[in-house]
Structure formats: C-alpha cells, structure tokens
Design a protein around this ligand. Structure first.
Ligand SMILES: NC(=O)c1ccc[n+]([C@@H]2O[C@H](COP(=O)([O-])OP(=O)(O)OC[C@H]3O[C@@H](n4cnc5c(N)ncnc54)[C@H](O)[C@@H]3O)[C@@H](O)[C@H]2O)c1
Length: 359
C-alpha cells in the first residue's frame, strides 16, 4: 500500500514535533511493508504570513486528496491581534468542516512511569486507558436558535439550542462501537437523559444502533454526565470507550486528559469523512519554540492513531505505543515530564529513541 499524508506542521513547536512524527512514520513504513508519501504545506499563522489567510484552497485540496492529515499546532502571540475571522485557529475549524469530521477521538492512557505526574494518587490512576469519542459537528455549539437578544424591559436573553437528529447520533454511535472492538469491547454512552429531551433521544438511538447493527459483542452502558464527571476522578479504570455529545465531550475529554497530568503526551484524531485528521492536543507552545524542548510523544502517539484508524496498520500502532512505554520506563524525559532521577533529553532525542525502539 502507498499512503498519501498531508503534513501541516503549522506554528510554534508544530514543525518540531511533526518532524519527529513523519520520521517515525517513514521508519514504521519500512518495517511493516507499506509506503508513505508526504506532501507538506503551510497552515495557520505560517499561512497568514505567506498568503494572508490561515488556510488556502490548494492546501484544502491537498488535505481532501490525501489518505490522512497530520497537523502540528496553530497560533501564537504574533497573530493574536488579528480579526477572529482570519485567526490561525480558523484553519482548524475550516478543515474539520470541509473534511466532514464529526467524531473526535481522544485516548487517555496513563503510562505507569508517569503516574506521579498526575494530581490523583497512583493507585487511582495507574492502569487508566480510556478513549473519549466526542460528537464534533452538532449539538449546542451549532444548534439554532442561538444568540443574545434585547428584551423590552432593557435586559437581555441568551439562547443556545441542543439539537441532535437520529442520523447524527447513529453515525457517532457506530464510531464508538467500532473503536471499542479495537480495544476492550465496552462503551459507556454519556447523556443527561433525565433532564434533556435531546439526550433522551441520544440514549434511545445509541441503544437501538447497538441492538440492531450487530454490536452484541460490545457491552453498552449509559451514564449521566454528572455521574461520569465524578466516576472519572473516582475510578477511571472502569472506562474503555466513552461516547458523548459535543459539549459533554468537550468538558469530559479535558477532565480525562488531566488524569495523565501532562499535555505533551496527549494525541487526538478527528474522523468521519473519507480523510482522517490527526493532531496532538497541545497548542503551539510559543514559550519553548525553537529550543528543542518540546515533548514529541503526543505527536508520536498521534501517528499511532493514524496508523490504526486511517492506514489499517494496527500492528505498527501497537509497536509505537509500546516503544513509548519502553523509553519512559528507561527513564528518559523531556522537560515537561521531568522527574528526579530521570534523564533529561530534547525533542529530537526523544523522537530518535522511539524510532530506534520500534526496530
Ligand atoms: N490545536 C491547536 O492548534 C491549538 C490548541 C491549543 C492552543 N493553540 C494555540 O497555541 C498557542 C499557545 O496556547 P497555550 O499556551 O494556551 O497552550 P499550549 O498547549 O501551546 O501551551 C500550554 C503550556 O504547555 C506547554 N506545552 C504544550 N505542548 C507541549 C509539548 N509538546 N511539550 C512540552 N510542553 C508543552 C507549553 O510550553 C505551555 O507552557 C495559542 O495561540 C493557542 O491559540 C492551538
């Protein structure tokens, strides 16, 4: 197989971490018998500087014609003063929309070597390995009517609307069940069905998809969002796949991410259309840009997600995740996860050590 990867490094530490990601992909391709072809382009602030806008048509076309998109990070103080409509982050929203990416996958895995980086006790977080599947293009962030209106008495009224249709729920439920099959076969669907009618429908449709689409091998449970927020802190190990709405997913995925204590370790994937988009959760980290201090492991784990979900190379993905574990177990750390007694290394060396581990 020959896969075309659109590489959009973006701004700040984006190019530094993405370089480690592409080098790892090339190594994995050589080892596992497939080919990758990279096409690199400007996006975000770098694209504003060169073309006056954060995402140009040729770059969008490139993304659409690829098998997967690898994104670094966008934004930084240089572009903070620009109008919201042409800010670097607009490129991210435009890519999501144009590529039809309705499912955001955020795995949260605690590497035991890093358990002390969490604010929770080791015995609570150790063994945490969950995946939040967040609906990305519907719900209260997009529902109509929305806005703030003036009332006759001079006060104001703010409105947002939680809206979900059957097809929107069906497709995200399928993503969650399929993802669970590649993991530990358990889905917890999170809603507020006791209060919100839109999520009562959510629960009904998820239950039906589970029953009628042959997902009997996957265990399904339902949980109210307030309980889920508590359970994530009380006993995160009970979760395998969490599937939920746009807003609940936004909040719960950040809560779950903090179980690991380090933003430099968190990968993400956005799926739905023909092309998947893969990016580390962190931003462009202007404070450490160009200093070889960035942690490339979020991007390296993002590459593993790409291999698993877009390139059908699950074995290579497993090997990369294991290599990360091994390098951490050997005591190598970038500055953001540095601990006493560990060996401090830079972005390049961390990337190189993971590459060497996979063979
Ligand atoms: N998806 C994206 O492209 C994305 C996401 C978040 C923020 N941003 C943008 O990034 C810029 C900076 O935002 P911010 O400072 O709020 O968030 P940030 O994630 O860039 O940085 C927060 C802190 O975490 C550290 N950090 C982040 N990633 C790291 C890594 N890989 N290794 C080591 N340390 C790391 C940074 O040094 C900083 O101290 C802003 O312009 C923001 O809009 C972009």
């Amino acid at each position: 197989m020959n896969y075309k990867i659109a590489v959009l490094p973006g701004d700040g530490i984006g190019p530094e971490v993405v370089r480690e990601g592409t080098q790892l992909l090339s190594r994995a391709a050589a080892l596992y018998g497939f080919q990758v072809e990279f096409a690199e382009a400007l996006v975000g602030g770098a694209s504003i500087d060169a073309h006056g806008k954060p995402l140009t048509d040729p770059v969008l076309k490139l993304a659409k014609q690829s098998d997967a998109v690898l994104l670094g990070a966008m934004g930084g103080p240089k572009w903070d003063g620009l109008d919201y409509s042409i800010r670097p982050e607009r490129a991210l929203l435009a890519l999501r929309q144009e590529l039809g990416l309705f499912a955001n996958l955020r795995p949260v895995k605690l590497f035991s070597a890093l358990a002390s980086a969490s604010t929770l006790r080791r015995e609570v977080v150790e063994g945490t390995d969950l995946l939040v599947v967040r609906e990305l293009t519907g719900g209260i962030y997009f529902g109509q009517p929305k806005g703030v209106t003036k009332l006759a008495d001079g006060t104001e009224r703010g409105v947002n609307t939680e809206v979900y249709t059957t097809p929107e729920i069906e497709r995200i439920a399928r993503v969650a069940f399929e993802a669970a099959r590649k993991r530990r076969n358990k889905v917890i669907s999170v809603d507020k069905a006791n209060v919100l009618e839109a999520t009562e429908l959510w629960r009904k449709v998820v239950t039906r998809v589970h029953k009628e689409n042959g997902y009997g091998d996957v265990a399904l449970e339902h949980m109210l969002v307030d309980n889920c927020a508590m359970q994530l802190i009380r006993d995160p190990k009970q979760f395998d796949v969490i599937v939920t709405t746009n807003m609940f997913g936004d909040i719960l995925s950040d809560e779950a991410a903090m179980l690991t204590g380090s933003i430099g370790m968190l990968p993400s994937a956005s799926l739905g259309g023909k092309v998947g988009m893969y990016e580390p959760v962190h931003g462009s980290a202007p404070d450490i840009t160009g200093k070889d201090m960035a942690n490339p492991l979020a991007t390296i784990l993002t590459v593993a997600l790409m291999l698993r979900h877009s390139l059908d190379q699950g074995k290579a993905a497993d090997r990369i995740e294991k290599a990360v574990q091994e390098v951490l177990d050997e005591g190598y750390r970038t500055a953001d996860i540095q601990e006493k007694g560990c060996r401090l290394i830079g972005c390049r060396e961390m990337g190189k050590r993971v590459r060497e581990k996979i063979g």
